[in-house]
Design a protein around this ligand. Sequence first.
Ligand SMILES: [Zn+2]
Length: 247
Amino acid sequence: MKGFTSIIAFTLTAFVSAAPTINRHSSSSVPTYDHCVQPGHFALTFDDGPFQYSWDLAKYLHSRGIKATFFTNGNNWVENFDTATTSTSDGTKSYIDVLKYYHELGHEIGSHTYEHKVLKGLTTAEVEYQMNQQSDLIYKAIGQRPRLMRPPEGELDNSASTVLNGLGYSNILWDIDTKDYELKGLAHEQELVRGVVDTDSNGHISLQHDVHESSAVELTPWMIDYITSKGYTFVTISECLGISAYQ
Ligand SMILES: [Zn+2]
């Protein structure tokens, strides 16, 4: 009986330490994750950029010794990505420079589609266009193609999931939603973060949007202080899940 119990314990341990995947409908569905494998790990993720706050947010995170993950678009808040520029504390930079800067500082770059298109309901060709355009843009900046993607609004259907799997992506969701895009203020966002972190000892993936100044200059510094005070270590998504960020 004792031997039987330890076999079960061993099996459970092996299961728990495997990377968590959810919503895996079939073998052709894209691998999907919503929290870090290790308790004590915390991955900050930022969607919808880059935009005018992104360079200095990346710099600020670096100054705090933190590497984060940015799920980027090419045609969302910035028009004419290839030629647009942004003013930063280090002078005027192109948005390709911003992507390069993320990479230089050790932040990871994922795809959030080219045009922030909800992929649910799109044809195979339309999903491929959104993913390949953004992959080309990231490749132009850093010479690597993303494996990590986050679907706009977190929405996929079976068809889009199969296309993403075929293109080699992993679908990265979240288990802490700061709802910073609602712009309801820091106190509201703090309540949402505390509501998960104070009750759930899992490793976490949190969702922010670096296109909002308040997220870059208020919410992020508070989160770093609060999450650190709870004993977490900040990680990139590749560290959080034990998978590579690029393909
Ligand atoms: Zn988005």
